[in-house]
Design a binder for this molecule. Sequence first.
Ligand code: BTN
Length: 243
Amino acid sequence: MKIIKLDATPSTNSYLKQLAQERSLDDFTMVRCDHQTEGRGQKGNSWVSDKGKNLTFSILKRFEGLKVGKSFSLNCLVSLAIFDVLNTLEIPDVTIKWPNDIMSGNKKLCGILIENSLSGAYIKQSIIGIGLNVNQTDFSDLPNATSMSLASKNEYNLETMFLKILDQLAFYLDAFRSFGYNKAKESYENTLFRKDILSKFVENNGESFEGYIRGITESGLLKIERKNGIVNEYAFKEVKMVF
Ligand code: BTN
């Protein structure tokens, strides 16, 4: 496993992507930095992280024979790896908010940005970017964010946390084939944020409705059951939960 440690870079995902274009990298090459200055999040959002207080890193993972339609299994495994580690550390009420935010209570603790390179119907490689809020305690501009430290009132050693997460990620990613998607999907569904709890959602067209998260489909669509019993399936950008 090769780890590249940087003081600062705009985005570890962008850095690793660029490096992978310039030369051939070993599977599981990793880039980590103390200060990410232009971190990228999902849906074109930014990811802001105080210097030296949190973990911001990216991992290159190659695949053979992983069909695009099954790529959500990777989201499940990465989310579960982080979920497992946080659960051993007495962080309260840890859940996975679909598709792959890690929450403590109603606040976001960790974001994951997975960028896939395709070859036909297959995923050739993925850059898995992880931003975990560890010891940052001021989120004045981000009311829905929290950190391990805020959630548990403890301070954490960044190195130790990094190694714990790497271990667990390596375990899940190595076991990627043998683990089987069904098992990963089941574990993922069992940890979903607000599963089976009546919640409010807004669709892209502005229509709001109430319903229950029931799980995900094979391809990672979110299944929401309305009060009338009808279950609809939503892609990532099609629906937002209001909470
Ligand atoms: C999200 O929740 O929107 C995903 C956030 C992902 C942030 C991480 S930090 C390390 C890696 N580099 C980036 O630019 N983004 C990811």
